[in-house]
Design a protein around this ligand. Structure first.
Ligand code: FE2
Ligand code: FE2
Length: 363
């Protein structure tokens, strides 16, 4: 006896005798819809969706091949498995039928138990396909969630890293006795310059792989070496003697040394790589008179040349125990004067185009 939840199978054949024989063979196990032509099948599919179609090949008007092309071309019927039914002497190519998307080929006259077995097998395969599809979707959903979680975690770690860096930089600044948020300001100035470099379209080689946020974070370590400079020099209210200045200059190599110690070489840390460049080259000058390596021109790493402008602009516009704060316009003039001497001429030109953004930064 057929169960209530038996699956719906559609039988399409232009011969009434075949339809009756087929229906008799299938009705024990399946609910059966019959159609006497491909046109009737298509019409019936408007309101009913069988789980499998048994499709005669040789029919007048529209044969099975034409009909399957239509079925496979419509999103709502494309997934219904089709088994071709064909008389042995149809002389049609089995391969052609399968290539058109049929799942199987059954020769007429068919043996009812064999046909039932084939149908059962294909419906089982279809069920498996749905289970796999559902599992795939579930896995995709899980993956998406996992990816979201990793992104969130990474954001949290970066936030924490940023907070630690800021705290560290503030500690150094606190020792320095210098107020005015040098680290926070230079970070913002560098951000303006980095974005201007990207927008300019020049320096395409330099900006490859840049992560502006990461660069801005790592530049906060540029003066980390100051932690090892003695208070008497750092906090000296007046101008430094030559000897003291030489000791102060040590903050660069000390900084590089600290950052190298942080890098255990285990993971390729872009953050530490950038930090080392900022710390090591922000006091070099284009004409070779800077420190500590006395590099000149393009021998100075690009990020070091960029940091020099951010660093000096803030030093100029900030008040120090030994000097007043220059105004924005005065600081711009001094940097423009340093074009090709202290600073990379092309980067000074870029700075000149973006000075208004510097003016807007609150001290
Ligand atoms: Fe410095
Ligand atoms: Fe600095």
């Amino acid at each position: 006896m057929r169960s209530e939840d038996a699956k719906l199978v559609m039988l399409v054949d232009d011969s009434g005798t075949n339809l009756m024989a087929g229906k008799a063979a299938l009705s024990e196990n399946y609910k059966v819809l019959t159609a006497g032509s491909a046109a009737i099948m298509l019409e019936t599919l408007e309101w009913s969706k069988p789980e499998l179609i048994l499709l005669d090949v040789d029919m007048p008007e529209m044969n099975g091949f034409k009909a399957i092309k239509i079925l496979k071309g419509r999103p709502e019927t494309r997934d219904i498995p089709v088994i071709f039914l064909t008389a042995m002497n149809d002389g049609i190519s089995e391969l052609e039928g399968l290539e058109l998307g049929a799942v199987d080929y059954v020769a007429k006259p068919f043996s009812p138990p064999l046909l039932l077995k084939r149908i059962e097998l294909h419906l089982l395969l279809e069920d498996q396909k749905h289970v796999l599809e559902a599992q795939k979707n579930e896995l995709q959903h899980y993956n998406d969630n996992l990816q979201g979680m990793v992104v969130e975690k990474t954001k949290t770690i970066l936030k924490l890293q940023n907070k630690l860096l800021t705290a560290m930089a503030e500690m150094i600044e606190g020792r320095d006795g210098v107020t005015g948020n040098h680290i926070a300001n230079t970070r913002r100035y560098l951000g303006i310059l980095l974005n201007a470099v990207i927008k300019s379209g020049l320096w395409a080689d330099e900006i490859e792989g840049w992560d502006v946020e990461l660069l801005c974070q790592s530049c906060q370590l540029h003066d980390i070496g100051k932690i090892a400079i003695s208070d008497s020099i750092l906090k000296k209210p007046g101008k430094l003697t030559d000897e003291e200045f030489a000791a102060m200059q040590q903050h660069v190599v000390l900084g590089v040394h600290f950052i190298e110690n942080l890098d255990d070489g285990e993971d390729d840390s872009a953050f530490l790589h950038y930090a080392k460049i900022f710390a090591g080259y922000h006091h070099e000058k284009w004409d070779g008179t800077g420190y500590p390596y006395k590099l000149s021109g393009e021998n100075i790493p690009f990020l070091g040349r960029l940091m020099a402008i951010a660093d000096v602009y803030d030093a100029l516009t900030a008040e120090r125990p030994y000097k007043k704060a220059f105004t924005h316009d005065e600081a711009v003039r001094i940097i423009l004067d340093g074009r090709g001497k202290h600073f990379d001429p092309a980067l000074v030109d870029l700075f000149a185009k973006n000075t208004d953004m510097f003016r807007g930064i609150e001290k």
